[in-house]
Design a protein around this ligand. Structure first.
Ligand code: NAD
Length: 331
């Protein structure tokens, strides 16, 4: 099958080519993202393969259908960027990679916590400049602290296990309770209760209309003074303006984010010689207690292998007309 692969970097090409050898799909790589401005590039293809920041709204999906696209293969788990209703309307199947490495994302969330707390990023730079002072590097023991986990699916479970290993008390909020976590001693509480009693809050729920701006001014006001908030899920779970206001008031003591509301204009690109036009991320970067990584939580060898093998398999199953186990449809 001939597939247009969008938003690709060297590592995507390397892993997809490696696992495509046996299947032999014709993969044509585009560095550009897929959206309404680039949909014309899909003429002559049967399928498209996309990532987290490609925008597959109704207009783009109509364009895909007009160009004869029959399948959209997501190289990720989240699908908030795809209008599933429009895909169904235009008879385009949608598949994803439901789990590539929950551990990778959970471990990155833990890395953000440890870095923000123990300030290893600052210590590294200091020591390289022969500054061996400990002034302003003081952290806190994770042992005994209460960690609130919002969303206990695959990543939330992996993250909770890590934090239990540090000797934290883990509480959680989800629409469904995990029997595994309850057995490990995790207590489920209401969303508001988790906000009120946690020292660290980590988001692991998907972005949906219900979770858009889940953490806003009201939610921040419920939290403990000096709370640490971690988001490795989706940027728009947090209202950035409200987070900045809470940081300025010192309500929010630490913020670690791997995702950002407006990340599609920034992340995955080297903009070191550009003038950043996004004033909110620029403001966030001025805070000494904010740590931003550019959507790299998933970025391990194991996850890249799983993304490539599952994507190639999803395309092969579609071609063979066998059931698509990783298909997603509107609710
Ligand atoms: P999952 O589907 O296994 O789990 C999501 C959980 O969130 C489910 O248990 C669900 O019931 C719960 N949930 C839904 N709405 C909720 C709400 N309002 N309040 C509390 N819980 C709610 O998904 P997962 O594999 O654990 O992934 C979680 C999210 O992580 C994905 O949706 C994606 O956005 C993000 N992600 C980020 C990266 C990255 O590199 N930063 C990589 C993979 C996934």
């Amino acid at each position: 099958m001939k597939v247009a692969v969008f938003n690709t970097k060297s590592y995507d090409r390397e892993y997809l080519n490696r696992y495509n050898e046996q299947t032999g799909h014709i993969l044509v790589y585009f560095e550009a993202p897929l959206n309404n401005n680039t949909v014309n590039l899909t003429q002559g293809f049967e399928g498209v393969c996309v990532f987290v920041n490609d925008i597959l709204d109704k207009k783009t999906i109509k364009g895909l259908a007009e160009n004869g696209i029959k399948i959209i293969a997501l190289r990720c788990a989240g699908f908030n960027n795809v209008d599933l209703q429009a895909a169904r309307e235009y008879n385009i199947r949608v598949v994803r990679v439901p789990a590539y490495s929950p551990q990778a994302v959970a471990e990155h969330a833990a890395a953000l916590i440890l870095t923000l707390n123990r300030k290893t990023h600052k210590a590294y730079n200091r020591v390289r400049e022969n500054n061996f002072s400990l002034e302003r590097l003081v952290g806190f023991d994770l042992y005994g602290k209460t960690v609130g986990v919002i969303g206990t699916g695959q990543i939330g479970v992996a993250f909770s296990r890590i934090m239990l290993g540090f000797g934290c008390t883990v509480i959680a909020s989800d629409l469904y309770e995990s029997a595994e976590l309850k057995q490990l001693g995790v207590a489920y509480r209401s969303f508001d209760e988790v906000l009120k009693v946690s020292d660290i809050i980590s988001l692991h729920c998907p972005l949906t209309p219900e979770t858009y701006h889940l953490l806003d001014q009201k939610a921040f006001s419920f939290m403990k003074d000096g709370v640490m908030v971690i988001n490795t899920s989706r940027g728009a779970l947090i209202n950035t303006k409200d987070a900045i206001a809470s940081l300025k008031k010192r309500k929010l003591g630490y913020l670690g984010i791997d995702v950002y509301e407006e990340e599609e204009k920034l992340f995955f690109n080297d903009l070191s010689e550009s003038i950043i036009q996004d004033d909110e991320i620029s403001r966030l970067m001025t805070f000494p207690n904010v740590l931003i990584t550019a959507h790299q939580a998933f970025f391990t060898r194991e996850a890249l292998e799983k993304i490539a093998t599952t994507t190639i398999q999803n395309l092969a199953d579609f071609e063979k007309n066998v059931p698509l186990i990783n298909e997603i449809s509107p609710k």
